[in-house]
Design a protein around this ligand. Structure first.
Ligand SMILES: O=P(O)(O)OC[C@H]1O[C@@H](O)[C@H](O)[C@@H](O)[C@@H]1O
Length: 343
């Protein structure tokens, strides 16, 4: 049953539990029944549910564990088989981000650089930041939230020699909107540059029923063709095969319409000029160990990102990248979207 936002105890609505691997997860709840779950593995949002308890983010039913023992092996386990899963958990630690939810790509996007694909942040264990520097009061009022912190380890500094503090706030508004605020501070003696993405796996009824509005007429880099630059010709993006693109200089509001479910994800962003659109389609997803055969139909990645022009921070400087996702009935068409991003 829903509760009134006026009497809701937002602090009590944040609960920390352990996952099957002993890593903390933070559950956020809103007075009307929505929820979000954040794993300290990667600072990754791994579930976001609406007031009716329906999941809004895609996560694969398959999980892949890599482990080293003389050789590198990769094994797949079905999450819905408890015996197999508990055996897997007993012998392996998952070093990889779960396929789905919202992994954080930092300090590198994709393989453009010397680091592991999409950077190391999604594969590190973050901590809960009990005393973060303050944000605007509107970022706390009427929200359940958790603040996470990532600092580089000695190993990280060997491959990326830049000291930083990465603070991530994940919030759930009383209406059930999901808000992610990343603050990255240079605590190094020298400037550094990075790229970034909220790799958001949206759950859709069927990818062939999905249409993305807000990116028409824009230039994009095509990851399927050596990042060649093209201009979007269609009046919206629809899917008939693999798409892997970085749209450039995008507006602050993007709409992802799911015709079959008659609902629209509205993505509002700030500090994130680019938008990645990705669906692996059948052939590529079959080649990926942690994707079920038909699962590509249920997802589309639409990421708020900063990729084409990396962010450069001088010593002491901080960058903020903000993403807000809400879900509205599809009758609420994109012409109604308010491009302002007030909290
Ligand atoms: O398998 P990963 O490392 O999570 O990456 C998934 C995909 O992420 C996309 O954003 C990249 O553009 C793709 O090329 C990549 O396949």
């Amino acid at each position: 049953m829903g509760h009134s936002a006026a009497v809701w105890d937002y602090k009590a609505a944040v609960e920390v539990t352990k996952d099957w691997n002993g890593i903390d997860q933070v559950m956020l709840r809103s007075p009307r029944g929505s929820s979000a779950r954040v794993s300290l593995h990667g600072g990754q949002v791994i579930s976001w549910r609406n007031n009716q308890g329906e999941e809004l983010l895609f996560t694969s039913n398959k999980v892949s564990f890599s482990f080293s023992f003389h050789f590198n092996y990769e094994a797949i386990f079905l999450l819905d088989d408890p015996d197999v899963l508990s055996y897997a958990v007993a012998i392996f630690k998952p070093p990889k981000a779960m396929r789905g939810g919202i992994p954080i790509c930092f300090p590198q996007f994709g393989n453009c650089g010397s680091l592991e694909q999409h950077g190391f942040a999604r594969n590190r264990v973050w901590t809960i930041d009990e005393n973060p520097p303050p944000l605007h009061p509107n970022d706390s009022k009427g929200k359940s939230f958790v603040d996470l912190l990532l600092k580089p380890s000695e190993e990280d500094l060997k491959c990326w020699p830049h000291s930083f503090e990465f603070r991530l706030r994940v919030s759930l508004t009383s209406d059930g909107d999901l808000v992610l605020i990343s603050r990255i501070r240079n605590i190094n003696g020298k400037p550094f540059s990075f790229s970034f993405a909220y790799h958001s796996y949206l759950l859709v009824s069927d990818i062939s029923e999905v249409r993305i509005e807000g990116l028409e007429t824009l230039d994009y880099l095509d990851n399927l063709g050596q990042r060649e630059r093209f201009t979007e010709q269609g009046d919206a993006i629809t899917f008939e095969s693999e798409i892997d693109r970085v749209y450039l200089s995008t507006p602050n509001v993007i709409a992802v319409l799911d015709h079959e479910r008659k609902r629209t994800f509205v993505i509002r962003k700030e500090g994130l000029p680019d938008v990645v659109v990705w669906n692996p389609w059948e052939k590529k997803s079959k080649a990926m160990m942690d994707f079920g055969d038909e699962e590509y139909k249920q997802m589309v990645c639409v990421d708020g990102a900063a990729i084409e022009k990396p962010i450069t921070l001088k010593p002491g400087e901080e960058w903020t990248g903000r993403l807000e996702i809400s879900v509205v009935p599809s009758s609420f068409c994109s012409e109604n979207l308010d491009p302002s991003l007030g909290p």
